[in-house]
Design a protein around this ligand. Structure first.
Ligand SMILES: Cc1ncc(COP(=O)(O)O)c(C=O)c1O
Length: 399
């Protein structure tokens, strides 16, 4: 008797499970949520078939569940990859990508302007496990070459750095990786697969913080990782399953819903971000504006080669008055814009790196990056450009 007919035949008064909830011949348009932690198989033979990949089926939610699969498949389509894995956060994806690839004694090179927690992982945690780390300027290929050692196995890059929006020399790094047999891991969170497809560009592993633009509503914390090489992908998957970096079905379901509008949100936010960048560039209270497609961008050639006409949804700028007092007044007056260190929400958010993401650096280290007290990063959401510029106009007058 099959498992399904066994389930249907249970007819006593006591509660029992599993009870089948098959919807009949019609199909649900929306993915159902599968909160089940365990999945029942028909026989030990069937379990063998599942574990050995001869039949598809779930066993235990930490190892995988339908909502994670549904979300991973959608992101695979966007990234033009296959076999993506969903994790409980973007940092879980980055950790798994590194720990699934490297062993003690290996060396990793990372961009020196990576996301703060990635930098912390590189500087403080990986060395504790015997992994050597070097950080370097990934916009300059000679610096990357100079950082390579005989035991270098992995390079971690974000195409666009946060918050100074410098753009890496990805094609130079891809050639270097091929020449030296080094794997390239790209964190595609800022750029998203709409603006840049790392695997098509030659990367071996891609991660995304799904928390940001892909899910888009600041109500889930999730990550995505995929490696082109199946063996490496399996090693990353095993690390995730063993260490429990697994996502919740509810969050996967919510992120899948958010993802349905990702493309529209991205296009709209990016167009508004360019409008805001142009507006800020001529405001008398603003000293400088950084946006990838503005003509004065320091890495214009890398932008053109990798992003085409895309600039993404982030604009950074610096006030003329670079004091903390002016920064406080500006934030206080910027009505209706959340002052919150995140990005990719449907609503525009503002962050002040000197007091948040880069507060751990000394003032001199911040100044080397160009981050003064007057430096701000805007993650542009879905508001009309006119309502945004009106708000910025008023707040900038108080600086
Ligand atoms: C570029 C980048 N990568 C990774 C992360 C980490 O993602 P999560 O917050 O989902 O762990 C972030 C978070 O801000 C990020 O900005």
């Amino acid at each position: 008797m099959s498992l399904k007919s066994k389930i249907m035949k249970k007819k006593n008064e006591s509660i029992q499970r599993p009870i089948s909830l098959q919807p009949g011949e019609s199909a649900s348009v929306v993915s159902p949520i599968y909160p089940s932690v365990v999945y029942a198989s028909e026989t030990p033979d069937m379990l063998d078939d599942q574990y050995e990949g001869r039949v598809q089926g779930y066993t235990y939610a930490r190892e995988g569940h339908p909502n994670a699969t549904a979300l991973a498949k959608q992101i695979d389509l966007l990234e033009q990859t296959d076999g993506g894995i969903i994790t409980g956060s973007g940092m879980a994806a980055i950790t798994a990508a590194i720990m699934g690839t490297l062993s003690s004694g290996d060396h990793i090179v990372g961009g020196d302007q990576l996301y703060g927690r990635s930098l912390r992982l590189m500087k403080s945690d990986l060395p504790r496990f015997g992994i050597e780390v070097s950080l370097t300027n990934v916009t300059d290929i000679s610096k990357v070459k100079g950082a390579i050692k005989s035991n270098t196995k992995l390079i971690l890059v974000e195409l666009v750095s946060n918050p100074t929006l410098r753009v890496a020399d990805i094609s130079g790094i891809v050639s270097l990786c091929r020449e030296k047999d080094i794997k390239l891991l790209v964190d595609n969170t800022f750029t998203t697969p709409k603006a840049f497809k790392p695997v098509s560009a030659g990367a071996d592993i891609v991660v995304n913080s799904v928390t940001k633009l892909l899910a888009g509503h600041s109500d889930v914390t999730l990550g995505y990782v995929v490696a082109k090489d199946k063996k490496l992908n399996k090693s990353i998957y095993d690390f995730i399953v063993t260490t429990g970096l697994t996502p919740s079905p509810y969050e996967c379901w919510l992120a899948e819903r958010g993802l349905m509008t990702f493309s529209l949100r991205f296009d709209s936010s990016q167009a508004t971000a360019l409008g805001l960048a142009k507006y800020l560039a001529v405001n008398e209270n603003v000293d400088r504006v950084i946006y990838p497609t503005l003509p004065d961008h320091p890495d214009a050639a890398h932008v053109k080669q990798n992003l085409g006409s895309n600039g993404c949804n982030i604009v950074s700028f610096e006030l003329k008055n670079k004091t903390r007092e002016a920064a406080n007044r500006f934030v206080k007056q910027l009505d209706g814009i959340a002052f919150a260190p995140t990005l990719g929400d449907v609503g525009t958010t503002l962050s002040h790196p000197a007091s948040s993401s880069h507060r751990g650096l000394s003032e001199d280290e911040r100044l080397t990056l160009g981050i003064t007290e007057g430096f701000f990063r805007v993650s542009v959401g879905l508001e009309d450009i006119s309502s945004l510029t009106e708000k910025f106009e008023l707040a900038l007058k108080h600086t």
